[in-house]
Design a protein around this ligand. Structure first.
Ligand code: C2E
Ligand code: MG
Ligand code: MG
Ligand code: MG
Length: 288
């Protein structure tokens, strides 16, 4: 009968759900342990001025060094951290760790004192009522100059409650922080929508940068994003610059800065120190 059929269906469904729930609980436990035992670390990717070729800042990127399993990329654990709420703890830890390193680096080298630090903020973190207070506490505790810190938000954060988001961004800016729209172009928001939010800069998603030299149409998209961002008073950072052709095309389009494997992959903190202390720039890449 149909009743029995329905019963079977739910039995199978429950079994599948149990496996999923169990896997998620295992991941949650492992992640919780990783946070406590320091298995989550920060790697840093240089952001380079297209005008001078110098490193002007870095983006902090979370990495999970899982014993016996190597380096786990954020795509595999950030979504679980978001679902479980562990992202709040993880996000605070990443911000604290990265601020500490930049302050120490600035002490070791005067050149590093002006490097900016970009940190990714997830939607769940951003929407928490005490998010701004927590950020303020970490800035105070580490002694970093807040005007060097850039918080990167994605379009998804802005969709649910725009007024609430604007008010949070304003509170962050009153701490003298910079606020960046990350992965621009991957969501559904237009530049005119983005205009409502008091961002300082915009990052063009790497999906546009990666194919810009393959077709005039792709180049036109990047050209338009950069030109309109400039009209709105936003500085532009291009992500995913893998080739010298990307670098020179973006430079011609007056894009201020860029980030990508052409310049450097994300590196562990000690390697960042070495890069900065060697006064690395694009016309004199490390080791040359
Ligand atoms: P994102 O913020 O857009 O970060 C840039 C990503 O592009 C990084 O991936 C970086 O390794 C990668 N990338 C940089 N240059 C190139 C290039 O030339 N070619 C290619 N193919 N890729 C390049 P990663 O480190 O795997 O991070 C992925 C995403 O995970 C980040 O994207 C960000 O959304 C999220 N994420 C990373 N760390 C954190 C964190 O601490 N908190 C939060 N909430 N999210 C994070
Ligand atoms: Mg980012
Ligand atoms: Mg990005
Ligand atoms: Mg991206």
């Amino acid at each position: 009968s149909s009743k029995e059929h329905g019963g079977d269906h739910f039995t199978v469904f429950d079994a599948g759900m149990r496996v999923l729930t169990q896997r998620r609980m295992e991941m949650e436990m492992a992640l919780r342990h990783a946070l406590e035992s320091g298995e989550i670390t920060v790697h840093y990717q240089p952001i380079v001025s297209l005008r001078t070729g110098e490193i002007t800042g870095v983006e902090a990127l979370a990495r999970w060094q899982r014993p016996g399993q190597g380096l786990i990329p954020p795509v595999e654990f950030i979504p679980i951290a978001e679902e479980t709420g562990l992202i709040n703890e993880l996000g605070a830890m990443i911000l604290r760790q990265a601020c500490r390193r930049m302050v120490a680096l600035a002490k070791a080298s005067p050149d590093a004192a002006r490097l900016t630090l970009s940190v990714n903020i997830s939607g769940r973190q951003f929407k928490r009522p005490d998010f701004v207070d927590e950020v303020a506490a970490i800035l105070a505790e580490t002694g970093i100059d807040p005007s060097l810190v850039k918080l990167e938000l994605t379009e998804s954060v802005l969709m649910d409650d725009a007024d609430e988001a604007i008010s949070t961004i304003k509170r962050l800016k009153s701490l003298r922080l910079k606020v960046v729209i990350d992965d621009f172009g991957t969501g559904y928001s237009s530049l005119s929508y983005i205009q409502r939010f008091p961002f300082d800069s915009l990052k063009v998603d790497r999906s546009f940068v990666g194919n810009m030299n393959e077709a005039e149409q792709n180049m036109e998209i990047v050209r338009t994003i950069i030109a309109m961002a400039h009209k709105l008073g936003l500085e532009v950072v291009a992500e995913g610059v893998e080739l010298d052709e990307h670098r020179s095309a973006l430079s011609d389009l007056r894009c201020e800065s860029a980030q990508g494997f052409f310049f450097s992959k994300p590196v562990p903190g000690e390697e960042l120190d070495a890069l900065v202390l060697r006064h690395w720039r694009v016309d004199a890449p490390p080791g040359h």
